[in-house]
Design a protein around this ligand. Sequence first.
Ligand code: SF4
Length: 381
Amino acid sequence: MSAANLLDFDLEGLAVFCEQLGEKRFRATQLFRWIHQKGATRFDQMSDLAKSLRGKLQGVASIEALKVISEHVSSDGTIKWLFDVGDGNAIESVFIPEDDRATLCISSQAGCAVGCRFCSTGHQGFSRNLSTGEIIAQLWFAEHLLRQRFGRTDRIISNVVMMGMGEPLQNYAALVPALRIMLDDHGYGLSRRRVTVSTSGVVPMIERLQKDCPVALAVSLHAPNDGLRDELVPLNRKYPIDELLQACSEYLTAAPRDFITFEYCMLDGVNDTDVHARQLIDLVRGRISCKINLIPFNPFPQSGLHRSGMDRVQAFGRLLQDAGIVTTVRKTRGDDIDAACGQLAGEVQDRTQAHKRMTRQPISVPVVVETTARPRPSSSN
Ligand code: SF4
């Protein structure tokens, strides 16, 4: 029997695991803190855990870090890691430091089945769902590596966005325990407002997330009408815009924020005209509390699409703002380290398929951080 990866368990799951070992449930809290707050990788580091429990854990449990393929550091401080998840698959995580926050963008699947036209990951197709452990290992790795690198003992990552590779709501069973670990005060202690799930619009799962673990919600809209959205986000054929907006309105009744973020990737001549802007206004105004985030497209060769000019993006944004809709234009970050999300991983897949060897750059992995400091409480936005 293979050892259980303890990164797979939220606190309740770990309590059940401890009970199965004949231990008291409260041992799980100690164990959980060692793993997530202190970045422990070995049981003999867990000094306040009973020796007998440490002995039991040796044989039946492990803490499985992801294998790092590469790290790219941008001149603006953005860091992108590429992780090997086996069978020639790679996933990406991106750390984005800003003045008032530090965000980690996390992947939920290797590849993606949704196949959005403007998305490099979508073009690679779907390989497999990540486990809870593989999702949370991205946060575990980044948080403890950066603490070590920056010589800090307090929490570094203040926000998590599930906007990396994959459609998180198509990996629901693994996603929800990972979210619970992020939110748990004994884990990463992030506020619900600072954890965002981004979806292309899996309507039934939006409804479930509202009940199971409401966090901030972002929706990849990208088009103001069903005809165009069918082309850009194929999932729209199953869950059209009207149903999606209905689910979003319902979600807001339990959400930690009082608006939904709609992501809108600006594609030259495709969805960026004044007509599209007016359709978008008619779609959302008076119907749903929202913020529109205009995203410059990151071109990649197979897409056949082009980035809208900045003048066009500004003009589009002005129309929305003049209509009273809160609109932001996403800054591009880490431009000097690569282009679109999913491209690095796509290159790994291509190389693997060509039976070429992956280039591994050594990188230090988290070790136990000797501190008893509790994470800094989140301040709300
Ligand atoms: S945009 Fe998101 S949902 Fe669409 S293909 Fe890319 S990863 Fe999948």
